[in-house]
Design a protein around this ligand. Structure first.
Ligand code: IPE
Ligand code: IPE
Ligand code: MG
Length: 240
């Protein structure tokens, strides 16, 4: 933590929390056991991010494609979501963290929607960090939704530029992530923030999500700080 340059922190970090099932398997347990232990990793990462001064943390918790998992696992994940939000609202309040959510929230069971809305309402005045949960989220769903709403609003072709398009995304009030982390050694995006990660730095780690802790987050931030973000320019131009 001491090695991190506090003046060069990413404002927004996004994480694809992957590997719960494999973590459970190595322990000879059911996949749900992995998801349950994933909650501990969420708590430590969220606290660690707020502590170091990250302003936005987006966690990919459930994708549109995850609805295709066995019904038992989906139900267990939804139950876990309800209990985790319920239990962790206190952690959010103690740490001055605001909760928000992106995704097709209406697809969630009504109990989960209510729990989520309550926590969002309760934490809405918190200012240290915004925690964004991506739930029933997929980037293609988000982009298509944006296009539909642009058409519904009767926008003219000439009015559409990157700034106006961004206003139609679920992330409209959040800056693009400078850093995207994926755990469990999978090197893919899985329909996450396709528009927003145009220039994000990608960081992959073999650590399975339930083992991920704030020290792993800090390692990723340090790695990020040692990169040169050129945005199409040359190194020489950046040194001027
Ligand atoms: C991530 O872990 C959690 C969710 C996608 C909900 P997985 O459940 O994908 O675990 P693996 O990838 O099968 O190990
Ligand atoms: C991506 O993980 C979605 C979440 C972490 C919520 P998956 O484990 O579902 O991704 P794929 O399908 O293996 O790419
Ligand atoms: Mg997975």
């Amino acid at each position: 933590m001491e090695e991190i340059d506090k003046d060069n922190l990413p404002k927004h970090i996004a994480i694809t929390m992957d590997g719960n099932g494999r973590w459970a398997k190595t322990k000879g347990k059911l996949r749900v056991f992995g998801h349950k232990n994933g909650v501990k990793a969420v708590r430590d990462t969220v606290e660690g991010a707020a502590e170091i001064g990250i302003k936005y943390l987006t966690l990919y918790a459930f994708s549109t494609e995850n609805w295709n998992r066995p019904e038992k696992e989906v139900n267990a994940l939804m139950t876990l979501l309800v209990s985790a939000i319920n239990k962790e609202t206190k952690t959010l309040m103690d740490n001055n963290i605001r909760l928000s959510a992106i995704g097709d929230i209406e697809k969630l069971p009504s109990k989960a929607q209510t729990e989520l809305q309550e926590a969002i309402e309760k934490t809405k005045d918190n200012t240290r960090m915004t925690l964004v949960l991506a739930l029933s989220y997929s980037s293609r769903w988000e982009i298509l939704n944006a296009v539909r709403n642009i058409i519904k609003d009767g926008k003219k072709a000439e009015e559409i530029n990157e700034t106006t398009f961004q206003q139609y995304l679920t992330t409209k009030s959040v800056p693009d992530p400078e850093l995207l982390i994926r755990t469990s050694g999978e090197y893919r995006i899985s329909n996450f923030l396709l528009w927003q990660i145009a220039y994000s730095e990608l960081y992959f780690t073999d650590t399975l999500w339930p083992d991920f802790r704030r020290t792993d987050l800090y390692k990723a931030i340090l790695n990020y700080q040692n990169r040169e973000r050129r945005f199409g320019k040359t190194t020489e131009q950046l040194q001027k």
